[in-house]
Each structure stands twice: as structure tokens, then as C-alpha cells.
Write a protein that binds this ligand. Structure first.
Ligand code: OXD
Ligand code: MN
Length: 648
């Protein structure tokens, strides 16, 4: 057995020592967080056949990994919230008794790191020392996790130093669940092949994260979804702040007034694109603070102040192009890890809808050869000379639909450095938020933008969010619309009804509720009957952001409707409506209208989702009160009001 290293912090020592005894690794390495150490681990993985080093001229310090076919996305079906009482995990989470789960998982962890190195990663979620930042220690046997965590979080000695002797942190344990026998050769992507052997488990009452069997993204980089959303949402509820699945951006008007906007969209619905967008409107400047997670704390002035707890972008590769997101492409020019994309013969990478012609041949995400399509130079097929129609019929993609780039935030050409470092007016408060957006992929009914009439109405809008399921999750519902309240469905660390109540409480407890952000629902994804998109999206979304800023300033009126306040068509600035993608005025008119019949159905399904959330509490004999763990009355009231107004 390896010897547990010394740590000044007794809780860190106890956590590492406990798992050293259970997992029985050959060796223990405490991650220092230096660049030399990071590159040495990457090179060690190249030697072991677990990474491919990309062309150093084209992509300096970049590597490609290919995952096992069973391990390509988050596994929601194997993700558990283990609170003592099932009702506290709520109706949207998988639950198991924490004592039982710990017993079961400890068995799985026993000897699981034999033949492997145990890495101890001290990490910070947020700028080290910022009052909103939290800390973690992740133990893992995956060097892939170490180098991805180095990019996605602030890691190493500086964190241990900050923790000192008694600083607190969230303890995390992760194993790929693939011990090696003496002399056994490792595989390129070790993991538990059977989905039922994977566990992504949060213990919100103990503040612990235990993950087993998967090496992929949110299953294994435990700072991200497990900590920054599931565990943090519970901490936030208990402590009066918010942990949300939101991008953060800074917008500067031609008059040089700054606005900060957060936006919650479900996975793979364009958060990264909006966070780094190049505004089509002249004179407007957009900068990035974060593309996935926001932690918001109420200030003494009643405003909500936000930081991005992450340090990098774990972006979906397919679809990222010079048209959709040139700044993301620039962000992954160096120091980036690519997973499950195509390798080109010159040691570069390629994916579908990258806007770059495919190489004549390459190696696809499964490690098999792939070839440029016969009649579309922007596609690849599994055999030479295949047509686009044949490739489509075969259901083939050369880069996995959920292939990713892990890129350092500091590479982003439009990073708002001060905001990213948690600073506002040079103080470490996070940035004050002016507007919160909710959204999703909705081909029909939902208008381009809709302003909430009040905070409670905004919470209602968030609770009613829905979207088509994307490849970011292993699911048999891809493409179908599912309710995804606040884009948090897979990430609630506790009961969704209590979470709604917590949002409502933010107004009640605010020092000045008039200073809370205004709330909007946006939809870039409306389709015409012929299947074409009715809004160009991307840089044209700046037109919507401008309208939002004008509403905040009280500069424009709105069309007050039963579902919310919609823009008057004349108030959407259509200047510079040129280029490859354009706003079609008739389409704009259509997506600013209330589709009354569609909305009646929409509201009915929202009501049905509320009933589903309530059903669990109604059946649970431990919940005696008629209101606890149920959708708050205030949201039911808005549902009733909107329904009545639509039926007038
Ligand atoms: C992500 C996700 O990776 O939401 O950000 O799935
Ligand atoms: Mn996400």
C-alpha cells in the first residue's frame, strides 16, 4: 500500500488516508498545479496510448482523447442524490439511502485503484480568496481527470495553502473502477463498461461527492456538475444564495454603460455561443465571464452579485464554427484537450459543422478511418466515396455528437478579465446582475423574447422551462421536449419544489427587491412549417439583448400580453441586417406574437409537471403539512392567472 502523504489540514489528511486504505493504489501524487506537471501528465498519457499529441505548430500543448463507447456523456440514470429522507431529494432525482449507498459504493471502491496512481487534486471553485469561492479535494485514479480539472478549475498548492490547517472543503472521491492486475496493460479509456456499475452520487447533508465507473466530463470532473450545481445548490439554499446552470456575460452599450446578464439554457443549447457572441449591432461589445455555471449572492444593496466558479470551458464541439462561435474556436487553439473528435492526417482536429472542409481522410471518434463525403466536403463517412444521403441513412457521425473541447478561459479573446476574477469596481464581490434569461430549444409556440411581469412571474417562467433533449446526456428521449426547470433538471441537489420556494425567498429576503435582475424567457430556435429556423441566432441575438437593456432603462414600451411583456416589432433594432444569416421581418413578426392555442397546451403541460412534482409529497406519509415539498402556491397562482387570461 502507498504511504499517505502529510497534509497541514487534518481533514484533508483524513480524507486521503481513508481512501488510500480502501482503494489501495500503488502510488499517491498530490497535484501541485504547475504547467510543467500538467504537461508531464499529458506526455505520460501519450506514452500509454491514452492521449494523442496534436500538431504542436497548429495546436500547441493540445491533446486528443477517445473515450470508451459506453462512456460518452453524463449518465442521469446513474446519478443519485442521497439525502436521509427520499422526499428531500425530491421527485426529479434518483435517490438511495445514504448509509446503504455508502456501503455499496465502499465495496466497489475496495481495491479499485490497485495498479494505479491515486491523484489528490486540491481545487477552488472560483478565484482563490474570493468570498463567494468554495474549495474541494478530489481524489481520482484518472490522469485524464487531473489534466481536465487543471483546466476547468484552479488547482494545486495555492489551494492547500489557502485552506491552511482548518479551512473547509467539499471532499470528493472518484475512480474509473478498473483496477489493474500485476503486469496487466492498461487500456486507452479505463472505465466500468456496464452502465449499472457506474455511480455519480451526491450526499448533500454530508457535503460529499462519490463517483465510480465513469471517466467522462460531468461524471468525473467533480467540481463541475456534482459540486458547483448539485452540492452547491443545497449549500446555497441553506445559506441564502444561488447556484445556477447559467452563463455570465458583460455587455457594453455604445454609450459605454455596462450590463451583466446571466442565462440558463439546458445542456448543449447554446450557452457557450451566447457567452462569447460577436454582436451584429454596431457599437455593442460583449465579453465573457462564464459559459456554464453562475454562483449568485445577494449584496447589501439588494442586487445579486455573480462569479463564475469555473476556470475553463467544457464545450460541445460539433456545431462550433467560425459562424456560430469564432471566439470558442480561438479559445481552443492552445492548451486544450479534445475528446471524441476526428483526428486529421496533419495532427489537427475536425468535427461536423465546424465550417471547415473535411480532410480527405481521418480517424473518427471510435479510432476507425473516415473519409470525406462524395457530395458534401463538410461531411465524413465511414467508407470512401459515400454520399451525404448514405452517411445520414447510416446514422454516422465522425465526431461524437457530445464530443468536447476543454479549453482554458484565459484563451478566450473576449474574456472580461476583471469579472472572471470575481472583481467589480476592483472589489471581490462578483459582478452585479441586471438581467436573468431562461431559454431552451423550442421549435414552436415560445416567442423570441418574453419579459416577466414580476420576480414571481419570472420564477414561474423558469419553472416552466422546457427543451428538446440533446446528446449531452445518455437518453432515449433525444429530440423530445422535456420540462427542464431553470435548466437545472439534472442538477438539483434537493427537492425541486423547495428550490422554487428558494427562488421566491430571494425576493422576500432581499435588502431591496426593486434591485433584483429583470427576468426574461428567450427562444432562438423557432422553426417554420418548412423546418427552417425563423431567427438567425448567434450575433443577431444582440438585437434581443439591446431590447432587454432598453427595457431595463425604461426606454421602450412593451406589448403587455397574458404570457408576459413582448417587444413591439419596431423596437427590435434591425440595423446591419446583412451577411450569411439575416432576420426576415415576416418571421420576426410571427415570433413576437402570442400563439394562444399553442400557449393553452403549453400551460396545461406546465400544470401537469407541477402535479407530477406534487404527487411524491402527497404520497409520502412523512410529509404531514399540505404545503411542504410542494410547488409553491405563488407559482400555482401565476399558472391560474395565465390560464384565465388565455381563456378570456
Ligand atoms: C455540460 C452539460 O457539460 O450541461 O455543461 O452537460
Ligand atoms: Mn452545462
Amino acid at each position: 500500500m502507498a504511504k499517505t502523504p502529510k497534509f497541514a489540514n487534518a481533514k484533508v489528511f483524513a480524507w486521503v488516508d481513508k481512501w488510500n486504505k480502501v482503494c489501495a493504489p500503488d502510488k499517491i501524487v498530490v497535484v501541485k498545479g504547475t504547467k510543467a506537471e500538467h504537461l508531464a501528465i499529458c506526455e505520460m498519457m501519450v506514452k500509454k496510448g491514452q492521449f494523442i499529441k496534436l500538431n504542436a505548430k497548429k495546436r500547441p500543448e493540445c491533446y486528443l482523447a477517445r473515450s470508451h463507447e459506453s462512456d460518452v456523456a453524463r449518465v442521469e440514470g446513474r446519478t443519485f442524490i442521497c439525502s436521509k429522507r427520499e422526499i428531500d431529494a425530491g421527485p426529479t432525482n434518483h435517490w438511495m439511502d445514504p448509509v446503504e449507498m455508502k456501503k455499496k459504493m465502499t465495496k466497489a471502491y475496495t481495491g479499485c485503484m490497485k495498479g494505479r496512481t491515486m491523484y489528490v487534486i486540491p481545487f477552488a471553485m472560483g478565484p482563490i480568496g474570493n468570498p463567494i469561492t468554495q474549495y474541494g479535494i478530489e481524489i481520482t485514479d484518472s490522469p485524464y481527470v487531473v489534466v481536465n480539472m487543471n483546466i476547468m478549475t484552479r488547482t494545486g498548492d495555492a489551494v492547500l495553502k489557502h485552506l491552511g490547517k482548518d479551512g473547509d472543503f467539499i471532499p470528493c472521491i472518484h475512480s474509473v473502477g478498473a483496477p489493474l492486475k500485476k503486469g496487466q496493460k492498461d487500456v486507452a479509456w479505463p472505465c466500468a463498461k456496464n452502465i449499472d456499475d457506474k455511480y455519480i452520487t451526491q450526499f448533500p447533508e454530508d457535503g460529499e461527492i462519490w463517483s465510480f465507473g465513469s471517466g467522462y466530463g460531468g461524471n468525473a470532473l467533480l467540481g463541475k456538475k456534482c459540486f458547483a450545481l448539485r452540492i452547491a445548490s443545497k449549500l446555497a439554499k441553506d445559506q441564502g444564495w444561488m447556484a445556477e446552470h447559467m452563463l455570465i456575460l458583460t455587455l457594453t452599450s455604445p454609450e459605454r454603460k455596462q450590463y451583466h446578464v446571466t442565462a440558463a439554457f439546458p445542456s448543449a443549447c447554446g450557452k457557450t455561443n451566447l457567452a462569447m457572441m460577436l454582436p451584429k449591432l454596431k457599437g455593442w461589445k460583449l465579453q465573457t465571464i462564464g459559459d456554464d455555471i453562475a454562483w449568485l449572492k445577494p449584496g447589501e444593496d439588494g442586487r445579486l452579485y455573480a462569479i463564475n466558479p469555473e476556470n475553463g470551458f467544457f464545450g460541445v464541439a460539433p456545431g462550433t464554427s467560425n459562424d456560430s462561435n469564432p471566439n470558442a474556436l480561438k479559445s481552443c487553439k492552445k492548451g486544450t484537450i479534445f475528446t471524441n473528435v476526428v483526428l486529421t492526417p496533419d495532427g489537427d482536429i475536425w468535427w461536423e459543422d465546424m465550417g471547415i472542409k473535411a480532410p480527405k481522410e481521418g480517424v473518427d471518434w471510435k479510432g476507425n478511418p473516415c473519409y470525406v463525403c462524395k457530395d458534401d466536403p463538410y461531411r465524413m463517412g465511414p467508407k470512401p466515396g459515400m454520399t451525404k444521403a448514405e452517411i445520414k441513412a447510416a446514422g454516422y457521425v465522425a465526431a461524437h455528437k457530445n464530443s468536447r473541447f476543454t479549453a482554458p478561459a484565459e484563451n478566450c479573446p473576449v474574456l472580461d478579465k476583471a469579472g472572471f476574477n470575481g472583481l467589480w469596481n476592483k472589489k471581490p464581490t462578483g459582478v452585479p446582475i441586471d438581467a436573468i434569461l431562461f431559454g431552451g430549444r423550442r421549435p414552436s409556440t415560445i416567442p423570441l423574447v418574453n419579459e416577466a411581469k414580476s420576480w414571481t412571474h419570472g420564477v414561474f417562467m423558469g419553472s416552466a422551462a422546457g427543451s428538446e433533449v440533446t446528446a449531452a446526456v445518455i437518453s432515449d428521449q433525444i429530440g423530445q421536449v422535456r420540462r427542464d426547470p431553470m435548466a437545472m433538471l439534472p442538477f438539483f441537489g434537493y427537492n425541486v419544489c423547495d428550490y422554487f420556494q428558494h427562488w421566491l425567498e430571494m425576493e422576500r429576503t432581499s435588502a431591496d427587491a426593486t434591485k433584483l435582475p429583470k427576468i426574461y424567457f428567450v427562444n432562438w430556435f423557432r422553426k417554420g412549417e418548412d423546418g427552417r429556423f425563423m431567427w438567425p441566432g448567434f450575433g443577431d441575438n444582440s438585437r434581443v439583448l439591446k431590447w432587454i437593456c432598453q427595457r431595463i432603462e425604461g426606454q421602450v414600451k412593451a406589448n403587455v400580453t397574458p404570457i408576459g411583456n413582448l417587444p413591439l416589432e419596431k423596437d427590435i433594432d434591425l440595423s446591419n441586417n446583412e451577411g450569411k444569416f439575416k432576420v426576415v421581418p415576416e418571421d420576426l413578426r410571427a415570433i413576437l406574437k402570442v400563439d394562444k392555442e399553442g400557449w393553452k397546451k403549453e400551460i396545461a403541460t406546465v400544470g401537469a409537471s407541477y402535479d407530477e412534482y406534487d404527487a411524491k409529497a402527497s404520497k409520502d406519509t412523512t410529509v404531514r403539512s399540505k404545503t411542504a415539498r410542494r410547488v409553491p402556491k405563488a407559482l400555482r397562482q401565476i399558472l391560474a392567472d395565465v390560464t384565465a387570461a388565455l381563456n378570456k
